[in-house]
Design a protein around this ligand. Structure first.
Ligand SMILES: Cc1cc2nc3c(=O)[nH]c(=O)nc-3n(C[C@H](O)[C@H](O)[C@H](O)COP(=O)(O)OP(=O)(O)OC[C@H]3O[C@@H](n4cnc5c(N)ncnc54)[C@H](O)[C@@H]3O)c2cc1C
Length: 475
């Protein structure tokens, strides 16, 4: 049911969820399935509002490429209002630094795919010793469109819009009261509070709660190890499209036509063996074929004529036979967790009194090394299989600032782990110091792999909903 702030005065909930994005709504849906009442408090309105969005301003120190406000959305459904919808599970070896395994999330995969309305199919096929091709799925779900009416009619999920959780009162390691700034300011009680404010604001809220409550330890690395998925066009080339299609032939129908990318796009990843052997990070390389009219193709052929005249003869022959195509290589990389990549609080505050954020962000040499290694690996595969020739973008040799884009995936800051000195939440997503405060979203990922995060966020959220259901039975 949609409530207004006056309906909430003197009410107590078992579970209060802060944020109605994919994380918060998925926790609520799992609770609803188990007939448990919860309240979602959402800072934004039903649709976009400038007032709510202005709370996402902030300051960047370093080479973070995206605008902080445009990379998240404060409204019912959260950032899913303008997400791209690309989905894939993390690889099992992405969980090396996590306190849980891929198997722990597996029971929630089918339900997560139902929520996102995608097939539960994330196949892969090894094509060479060091490379595999992988399958993505594309979701068209906007959480507002799919769930606003549903929660409006729900007996178990209440939602209060235009309301900001702006503080908590903690005593005896438990949250006793939650302060909300709406048209009026008031407090509410709940047995458990779940922060599902997004991959930046989960850190922001916890840092702010800590400023106001001594019982949240200074040792917890809140805001640290913040990561993105750097993204960039990294190279181009020319090749024989029939041979390329044959070489990458697979039955991953839905990813052959990776949305909006061109006639044929195949996604290539390093094997675990390559990651270990070369000490690189996980990554996805997206190889797209273009037709003969593409400008890129003409330029690539011209470049090749200068540096490799005899190879160019072969290429021109393909051109005559109508077999030549242009190739663009783009890539998205995992970023390694670095303590100093962090979210801190600024001295400026939003209208609810919560400080805006400062983001300190640098790319590591390991990311750049991964970029170069993957262009080499895919380039060598093209030579070995005689599919054509690929060249890296010249600026790849310059510095890590070459990687100038990022995927709008906000990872880390409240990472999960067993050690209170090096992580913020435990394997059940509970804040180490506090008995009834949970955090959900990609901020809890200790490492980010290269896969887009939302499918994993939904899996973790359903798992948290189940965990809270069990907890409630014990009190
Ligand atoms: C342009 C773009 C493209 C993307 N494409 C993809 C993609 O293809 N695949 C993919 O997997 N991911 C993609 N993402 C990322 C994806 O949108 C996020 O992973 C996902 O939305 C995170 O869900 P969340 O619920 O954790 O946070 P959000 O969706 O950000 O929701 C958080 C909600 O919490 C509310 N909130 C925050 N603070 C408070 C407070 N104090 N009180 C009350 N409410 C609060 C906010 O208003 C917001 O509605 C994309 C993102 C962008 C910006």
């Amino acid at each position: 049911m949609i409530l207004n702030e006056k309906d909430l005065l003197n009410k107590k909930y078992k579970i209060l969820i802060c944020g109605s994005g994919p994380a918060g709504l998925s926790v609520a849906l799992e609770l609803e399935k188990n007939k448990i009442e919860c309240l979602i408090v959402e800072a934004g309105d039903e649709f976009y509002s400038e007032k709510a969005q202005n709370r996402y301003d902030g300051q960047i120190i370093g080479n973070f490429p995206n605008n902080l406000s445009a990379s998240r959305l404060s409204q019912f459904g959260g950032t899913s209002g303008h997400w791209g919808g690309t989905c894939r599970t993390l690889d099992d070896y992405d969980f090396k630094k996590w306190p849980i395994n891929k198997d722990d999330l597996e029971p929630y995969l089918q339900e997560s795919c139902n929520i996102l309305e995608i097939p539960n199919s994330f196949r892969e096929k090894q094509i060479a010793k060091n490379l595999k091709i992988i399958e993505f799925q594309e979701s068209d779900v906007r959480f507002y469109d799919k769930y606003y009416k549903h929660v409006s009619n729900s007996k178990y999920i209440d939602v209060c819009l235009n309301s900001i959780i702006n503080n908590v009162k903690i005593q005896n390691s438990k949250i006793q009261e939650i302060s909300i700034k709406s048209k009026i300011s008031f407090s509410i009680k709940a047995d458990f509070l779940v922060l599902a404010c997004g991959g930046i604001d989960n850190s922001r809220m916890l840092l702010w709660f800590r400023e106001n409550n001594k019982s949240i330890s200074r040792k917890l690395p809140i805001g640290n190890y913040w990561m993105e998925h750097p993204f960039k066009k990294i190279g181009s080339g020319v090749g024989n499209f029939k041979a390329i299609r044959k070489s990458f032939k697979n039955n991953f129908e839905s990813f052959e036509n990776f949305r909006n990318w061109g006639n044929f796009t195949v996604s290539i990843s390093p094997t675990q063996n390559l990651i270990n052997e070369k000490d690189i990070l996980n990554s996805g390389v997206f190889l797209t074929l273009h037709d003969r009219n593409n400008d890129n193709l003409k330029n690539n052929v011209k470049d090749l004529l200068c540096v490799a005249p005899s190879l160019s003869k072969h290429i021109l022959d393909l051109f005559d036979k109508n077999l030549l195509c242009g190739i663009t290589l783009s890539s998205s990389w995992e970023q390694n967790p670095q303590l100093e990549n962090q979210i801190t609080l600024s001295s400026s505050k939003d209208f609810s009194g919560i400080p805006l954020i400062k983001l300190n962000y640098q790319l590591s040499d390991q990311t750049l090394r991964t970029a170069k290694e993957m262009v080499n690996q895919v380039g060598n595969y093209f030579i070995d299989q005689d599919l054509g020739r690929l060249g890296a973008d010249k600026t790849i040799e310059e510095s890590s600032s070459f990687i100038s884009d990022a995927g709008y995936h906000h990872i880390g800051g409240t990472i999960m782990g067993n050690n209170q000195n090096s992580s913020v939440v435990d394997e059940n997503l509970k804040l180490h110091d506090i008995e009834n405060l949970y955090v959900c979203g990609s901020s809890v990922f200790p490492t980010g792999g290269h896969a887009n995060p939302t499918l994993s966020i939904v899996q973790l959220s359903l798992r948290l909903g189940e965990h809270l259901t069990k907890k409630l039975k014990t009190i």
